[in-house]
Design a protein around this ligand. Sequence first.
Ligand SMILES: Cc1cc2nc3c(=O)[nH]c(=O)nc-3n(C[C@H](O)[C@H](O)[C@H](O)COP(=O)(O)OP(=O)(O)OC[C@H]3O[C@@H](n4cnc5c(N)ncnc54)[C@H](O)[C@@H]3O)c2cc1C
Length: 594
Amino acid sequence: MTTYTVPLREMRFVLHDVFGAADKLTALPGFGDATADVMDAVLDECAKLCEGVLFPINQTGDQEGCTIKDGKVTTPKGFKEAYKQYAEGGWCGLTADPEYGGQGLPETLDCLVAEMIGSANLSLGLYPGLTQGTILALAALGTPEQKSFYLPKLTSGAWQGTMCLTESHSGSDLGLLRSKAVPNGDGSYSVTGTKIFISAGEHDMTENHVHLVLARLPDAPEGVRGISMFLVPKFLPNADGSLGKQNAVAAGSIEHKMGMKASVTCVMNFDGAQGWLVGQPHKGLAGMFVMMNKERLFVGGQGISQAEVAYQSAAAYAKDRIQGRAAQGPARPDKAADPIIVHPDIRNRLMFARAIVEAERALTVWTHLNVDIAHKHADAAVRQHAEDMVGLMTPIVKACATGFGSEITNACLQVLGGHGYIREHGMEQLVRDVRITEIYEGTNTIQALDLVGRKLGIEGGRLFTGWLKEVDDTLKRLAGRNDMTEFTAPLKDAVERLKSVTAWMVEASKTDPNARGAAANDYLKMFGFTTFAWVWVLMIEAALAKKSSDSEFSAAKLHVGRYFMQRVLPQIGGLDAVIRSGSGPMMALAEGAF
Ligand SMILES: Cc1cc2nc3c(=O)[nH]c(=O)nc-3n(C[C@H](O)[C@H](O)[C@H](O)COP(=O)(O)OP(=O)(O)OC[C@H]3O[C@@H](n4cnc5c(N)ncnc54)[C@H](O)[C@@H]3O)c2cc1C
């Protein structure tokens, strides 16, 4: 069995000590209730749900998986009851508008709630994760009727939201999609097409489904400029909100997959299903991005969630398992051998996991703080800057947290040796479950291309410059702090390298059309490490401020922060060299020679 205790102390440290989130949030209109006490109480309550209800059915859910019979999907034993508790607790609507039954709390809090739910049960957490994205999209783009009709049901968790984009021939390139929507003449549309890989497309935990479907109108231009978004309910609701007849949409089959077996993935057939346009005609992709941006950050949180469980489980095992002796002499002479935690390699894996997870959590909270500021701040310039930071960090959070999620779960499995490979220990489930996070919501390469191709290019690098200023402000504030130099000096070097390689890439892409594509993944990783160095500096600053009140916690932070600066951050030197080799090494071999 894996081990998981919600890291509440770590979460509170990031929320309160590092970012002073409560003061920033309560100053925003509508977030007066988001005090430190309220946020702590919400985290405590969710931790109980995670540890007591969701985590105990994680492994059995994987073993049983979902099944389909006559188009009806059954989730594993205990899921229906656990979801009911989740929904009744109001967790689906944590951030939703109180006008529609939500609690109106900040996204900053929700990202920590989502992390712990993902850690406890990644599969179960995906269902409401999609509903939350649907709520966001409808709240932003829906008509007043759509909002008043659908949002209360989604917010309460009674209905499931889904996103239906992918078709068999159209994955990363949504411009290729073929699903059609024809006007019925009464304001509704008939939606026809087959969508594949649809998470939560059909199941038994909610009474209705609300599918957001991308399709083309008859007069649609080709490519991504001809895509519209439609709301297609599974059961057509009556005017009083009760369920009417079944719409012409059904799950044709479910996928048999590597991991996340308790999260159903469906082929969805829309056969002239009645739907309603959401947002403007032909602007559906932009509309869907309201949902996708939320989901991309959510998926980043999924990566962190699995790495956290892997770390906790591997650390517990390493303190217990005895093999070999410590190099400096027996640590436990009373035993036949020492616990494997004495060995540098085991410590290296655990330290890497911890250094990355703690940085990712801090970066994620900072990004969500900016989401809240971008939504609510009274000053338009402040809102714009916050939106810029969210835009820049979204691909980094998504791709780094999920890429390292895979790397860390694998490294932690190794800590258990052969036992890690055996099913009963649960480590192999983490490796399998987390793997999809690198693929869905736009593969990590698509994220990297978004960063180098679009985000860096916006208004001559406005987003990048805005972030550099954030780092510069930190470095200026800490300029006289000798106790911080061992952290601030490597950050300064990393930022200079990042600036230099960014300039190199912009220049190289003027003559080489493949330059950005060749650099993208390594560049994103280098950027990720540099942002981690920045948040580590912020965490060390906060930890030093806590030194007298919590010396043990503070000392541990310093050790992990030092590990990051000395053992992880130097990797950017290698990435820098790799990026500057350009596209030649990968493009030179003729296609026929592969
Ligand atoms: C379990 C699961 C759940 C999913 N849930 C949903 C869901 O709820 N809703 C939904 O709509 N979809 C969902 N998906 C689909 C998922 O989002 C797609 O699989 C993903 O976007 C990639 O598309 P694809 O599989 O067609 O791969 P492709 O687009 O064919 O890509 C294949 C490879 O080529 C690379 N590639 C593609 N284009 C480029 C390029 N321009 N430059 C460089 N490399 C490129 C990709 O990175 C990838 O490595 C899910 C998939 C799975 C497996």
